[in-house]
Design a protein. Structure first.
Length: 283
């Protein structure tokens, strides 16, 4: 929902509405095996999965993640180059003029609330952490506008500390896969953590979110074109006809995007760069 609604009350980080739980009577061991099979299939489908927010350091990722609430990563990526050239670190952002900051981040929606959060966050990083973004969950969640989801994104991607990122896509897919029956992000995180080794958590999060954005959409899942259909108890909750399902796919999996997909698969180490080029061309 690009731009978000015009309200200035930024919703707290939370989970999506409930979907039916899946596959009753499955033993914990069978569930774990099936979950790992799904993860392997997603790894084959998305060898290029990565954080879709552009960043060069923990501060940039923290700010970009705060800005991504109620908007798309693509929208955030369009404004962050200007934002970070003007305010490259916590000290510069702490002293930012409110009106200037609001004007730069306006396209991301909820810009007044986000500006307040960013100013408070930057000031706290300067005052409490000497201008350096802390690398511990318990510290990150004390920063204004930062919940567990944002903290896990920053830990997993900027600090290399394993984390499961429960956003709206991850929660929806975890329920469709039958990995959890909860809508509570903290419960979902702990249910999924039981099924995988910590070393897999960060990449698993990227793959599941990639799948949610491209294939297993909230309203029209493309079941007939889904790489994990064989292991998904919710197969059939969306379009099962392969030709019709293929038309529902998005981004590099969308019909007509074969060249982009081939480049991403051939140059997985440059995936973020290739995605950025493609977004710049289409924006
Ligand atoms: S089979 Fe359908 S519900 Fe299951 S992951 Fe694939 S698209 Fe989603």
């Amino acid at each position: 929902m690009p731009g978000g609604p015009p309200s200035d009350t930024l919703p707290a980080e939370s989970g999506p509405a409930a979907s039916p739980p899946a596959r009753s009577g499955e033993s914990p061991l069978a569930l774990k095996r099936r979950a790992r099979r799904i993860n392997r299939a997603l790894a084959e489908q998305y060898p290029y999965a990565h954080a879709e927010l552009d960043f060069r350091n923990p501060f940039e990722l923290l700010v970009a993640t705060v800005l991504s609430a109620q908007t798309t990563d693509v929208t955030v990526n369009l404004i962050t180059p200007r934002l970070f050239s003007r305010f490259p670190d916590a000290r510069a952002m702490a002293e930012a003029d409110t009106a200037e900051l609001e004007a730069i981040i306006k396209p991301t929606g909820f810009f007044r609330a986000k500006t307040r959060n960013l100013l408070a966050l930057a000031n706290r990083v300067v005052d409490e952490y000497d201008g350096v973004v802390p690398g511990r969950l318990e510290d990150l969640v004390t920063l204004p506008g930062v919940g567990r989801k944002t903290a896990n994104v920053v830990l997993g991607n900027a600090f290399g500390i394993p984390g499961i990122t429960v956003d709206t896509h991850f929660g929806r897919l975890a329920r469709r896969f039958g990995w959890t029956d909860s809508d509570d992000p903290v419960r979902i995180e702990s249910d999924v953590a039981e099924l995988f080794e910590p070393r897999d958590w960060t990449m698993l999060s990227h793959r599941v979110v990639f799948h949610g954005r491209r294939v297993c959409h909230a309203r029209k899942p493309a079941c007939g074109a889904c790489a994990v259909a064989n292991w998904c108890p919710s197969f059939g909750s969306g379009e099962t006809n392969p030709a019709k399902a293929a038309k529902l796919l998005k981004y590099e999996l969308a019909p007509g995007s074969e060249e982009l997909l081939a480049r991403l698969r051939a140059e997985t180490h440059r995936a973020a760069e290739i995605r950025m080029e493609s977004q710049r061309r289409t924006s």
